[in-house]
Design a protein around this ligand. Structure first.
Ligand code: ATP
Ligand code: MG
Length: 210
């Protein structure tokens, strides 16, 4: 079975922080593919200024174009209602059977109980929690045991009996955020080298974030 990583995000816009983290996870877990999934309607973000899906999808597509092992999926743009990860995963598994690795930041994992039917996540995919450096590993383990008390230690990662694994992967976290990029554009400042050049051009051409 193909090993596929899933990196969901608002991607408003995608930036080099996302891309570098994805590259390190791909290498570390020996994934054949990393699937970037722009959120349809992100349930956790209350942003009236959210850029329409078609633009966020196109920027993500431009960012991964020509990058070996990187791909973009429009699956959440095709599904109605709020984008819940368990639903996306179910749909993906139906469309393309594979061994999926669902990647999320430690900050998101620490709030996992606020996610729709979060307990089903490790029954659909491995959970890969990423964070800068290894200092977050302790917080990851504590939270994992709190939320999934049945987890057992298994060679460097945690396993839920009858389900998938939960693991921590430290990555280089570049201090780049979409919020700061949007703010820079609004102020007429340069965003060169924060995002791929094709994405920078797209933002300027379409007058996004003004
Ligand atoms: P915003 O500023 O609008 O919240 P963001 O930069 O955090 O945007 P998201 O689209 O929310 O980007 O992030 C998608 C995923 O990428 C999340 O799991 C998040 O933890 C992770 N991520 C965001 N920025 C970085 C970064 N600089 N390095 C590594 N991972 C990142
Ligand atoms: Mg964020």
């Amino acid at each position: 079975m193909k090993r596929i990583g899933i990196l969901g995000g608002t991607y408003d816009p995608i930036h080099h922080g996302h891309l570098r983290a994805a590259e390190e996870v791909r290498e570390d877990l020996e994934l054949e593919e990393v699937l970037f999934i722009p959120a349809g309607q992100p349930p956790h973000k209350h942003r009236p200024d959210l850029t329409p899906f078609a633009y966020r999808f196109e920027m993500t597509r431009l960012a991964v174009e020509g990058v070996p092992g990187f791909r973009v999926s429009d699956i959440e743009g095709r599904m109605p209602g709020p984008s819940y990860s368990v639903r996306t995963l179910e749909r993906l598994r139906a469309e393309q059977p594979a061994e999926y690795f669902f990647v999320l930041g430690l900050d998101a994992f620490l709030e996992i109980e606020t996610w729709f039917e979060y307990w089903r996540l490790p029954r659909l995919a491995h959970l890969v929690v990423i964070s800068r450096g290894s200092d977050g590993e302790r917080a990851f383990r504590e939270k994992a045991r709190e939320v999934f008390p049945e987890v057992v230690e298994e060679g460097g990662y945690l396993r839920l009996p009858g389900a998938y694994t939960l693991r921590f992967v430290p990555v280089t976290r570049l201090e780049i955020s979409s919020t700061n990029i949007r703010r820079a554009v609004r102020r007429g400042r340069s965003i060169r080298f924060l995002v791929p050049e094709s994405v920078r051009r797209f933002i300027l051409t379409h007058g996004l974030y003004r």
